[in-house]
Design a protein around this ligand. Structure first.
Ligand code: BG6
Length: 507
């Protein structure tokens, strides 16, 4: 367990500082932390990359990007103060001279600091560089420390491509950094409503007693996107929706929803329960995948007013690629709490809208007097992750003015309501603050990653041995046709259905 205190000195090295992630998420989030006084007093950021030639060029680009990303928060005077803490080193990740220079710069700066070697290395590069950079850090004695807590290594997903590659990748990192000093980012864990799941579950008497197979009919975890793959073709074509979204974000959400109550709310206790859940998931054989798995790929949209390229036409995508941009899967968790409760996960790109929600549908067992034609709707708990954040509970009430007509109504708790919020840097702000505090609760442990890969590998094996091709769907649609059958077969529906959403949003 880390001490969770804000350190007095910190050197943050971001490898890949000129990339999209650094410029649009990491540095804007650091600026916001600075504004809120959440950065250590002695803070030094070193952007290490090959793209920009010098600090002036790096800062010029950065300030333009940050101004664009944070139109309401950006203040020129404050930015200039913050920028004094930003430095840049042009480095070729393979070249030893760069690491020598890095070491020299860090040591020099540290001489004026109260604490030494409190360093974080953030690898915001293509994952191919992770083992190389960690090895070089070790070679140049940059990874050693005086205290057990430092230095810290931060890595972005993907952690491998399957279990085998993840194990290999992890063992290379382990040669240099111990698990306790590795912070694996799953940015969904930084989202407000994801952090809220455990509070909702365990700080409310009304949920926990019914949070099991006796009362819950099914769970749906859905994360859809309007955007396509943008400029990430090279990565995405080797990944696809199962690896890109389900292996990480959707399984992390499921772990928090379905885990057993932890002994206490300390990082280790929560982690233990998440790992147990993911392990039981990985050990439950996936049945009837021919019916329970749907893969899709977006096709092109040709309209007189607009043209949207199909996935196979995107940059750096093979024209005959069978990578899935949509995946929906149904399965069970074979433990005492959840045995027999279907879990449905769904994610996809270029769909109708950006939407991440968790739906807990309760069983329908009403008083016999209500079981006539006007049968009430099931109770539904909706955890709204994005774009709007909040919680909604659907229950039944008598329609005002009617004699006995029943209508579903929603009780709505809303965090904030920027309807068009896309991916904001806020999740990163939380993650960076936790990283600086040394709080690992918002990061994923190797054992979680390993079990999540075991689950995905089962699905991939089924797909690869049967050579299953994804079904086409139109951009802006709700996905391939078979996804409706996946739930209709069980006499259920997807709860992110447009009509329901509209009804709820109009409240
Ligand atoms: C990333 C995936 O991890 O999450 C992307 O690699 C995806 O493909 C993104 O678009 C979604 O994040 P958010 O926060 O916008 O839902």
């Amino acid at each position: 367990m880390k001490n969770n205190k804000l350190t007095d000195s910190l050197q943050l090295v971001i490898f890949g500082a000129s990339g999209d992630l650094s410029q649009t998420k990491l540095i804007p989030s650091l600026y916001k932390l600075f504004k809120r006084g959440r950065l250590p007093e002695e803070f030094f950021l070193l952007g290490a990359d090959h793209h920009f030639e010098n600090r002036a060029e790096f800062l010029r680009n950065l300030s333009e990007t940050v101004r664009e990303i944070l139109p309401e928060t950006f203040e020129t005077a404050l930015w200039e103060k913050f920028a004094k803490k930003l430095n840049y080193l042009q480095i070729d990740f393979e070249d030893e001279a760069g690491y020598k220079e890095l070491s020299r710069k860090l040591d020099k700066k540290e001489k004026s600091y109260r604490s030494s070697r409190q360093r974080i290395y953030y690898l915001a590069t293509a994952p191919g560089f992770f083992p190389l950079i960690t090895e070089k850090l070790d070679n140049f004695d940059l990874a050693g420390s005086d205290g057990a807590d430092w230095p810290r290594l931060v890595i972005e997903k993907p952690f491998g491509y399957d279990l085998e590659s993840a194990v290999e990748f992890n063992s290379k990192i382990y040669r240099v950094f111990p698990e306790d000093n590795i912070y694996r980012i799953d940015h969904y864990l930084g989202k407000e409503m994801i952090q809220n799941i455990l509070t909702m579950r365990f700080a409310n008497m009304i949920f926990e007693p019914i949070w099991n197979k006796n009362y819950i009919d099914n769970i749906q975890i859905i994360s859809t996107e309007k955007q396509g793959i943008k400029s990430r073709g090279k990565y995405y074509d080797k990944s696809g929706a199962l690896r890109d979204m389900i292996q990480s974000h959707l399984l992390q959400m499921l772990a928090l929803i379905a885990m057993e109550p932890p002994e206490n709310m300390a990082t280790e206790s929560i982690l233990q329960e998440k790992i147990k859940l993911l392990k039981s998931l990985a050990e439950t054989p996936l049945l009837n995948l021919e019916d329970n798995l749907v893969l899709g790929q977006y096709s092109k949209l040709e309209r007189p007013e607009k043209y949207i390229p199909g996935y196979q036409e995107e940059d750096k995508i093979k024209p005959d690629s069978s990578t899935e941009t949509f995946a929906a899967v149904k399965f069970n968790i074979n433990n005492l709490r959840w045995r027999g409760v279907p879990i449905y996960l769904k994610t996809g790109k270029r769909l109708e809208k950006k939407n991440t929600k968790i739906f807990i549908q309760f069983k329908s067992d009403f008083h016999p007097s209500f079981l006539d034609n006007n049968e009430p709707e099931a109770n539904l708990l909706i955890i709204k992750v994005q774009p709007r954040e909040g919680v909604s509970l659907q229950f039944n009430a008598k329609k005002p003015g009617s004699q006995n007509e029943i209508v579903p109504v929603f009780m709505d708790f809303c965090h904030k309501a920027p309807r068009d919020l896309q991916s904001t840097p806020e999740a990163y702000e939380e993650l960076l603050a936790a990283l600086i505090r040394g709080d690992q609760s918002l990061f994923t442990h190797w054992k979680e990653v390993k079990n999540s890969w075991l689950f995905i590998d089962q699905l991939r094996e089924f797909i690869d041995t049967r050579e299953i091709k994804p079904e086409k769907y139109l951009p802006g649609s709700s996905g391939p046709e078979s996804m409706t059958r996946l739930v209709a077969r069980d006499h259920r529906q997807w709860w992110d259905d447009a009509a329901l959403e509209e009804q709820e949003e109009n409240l």
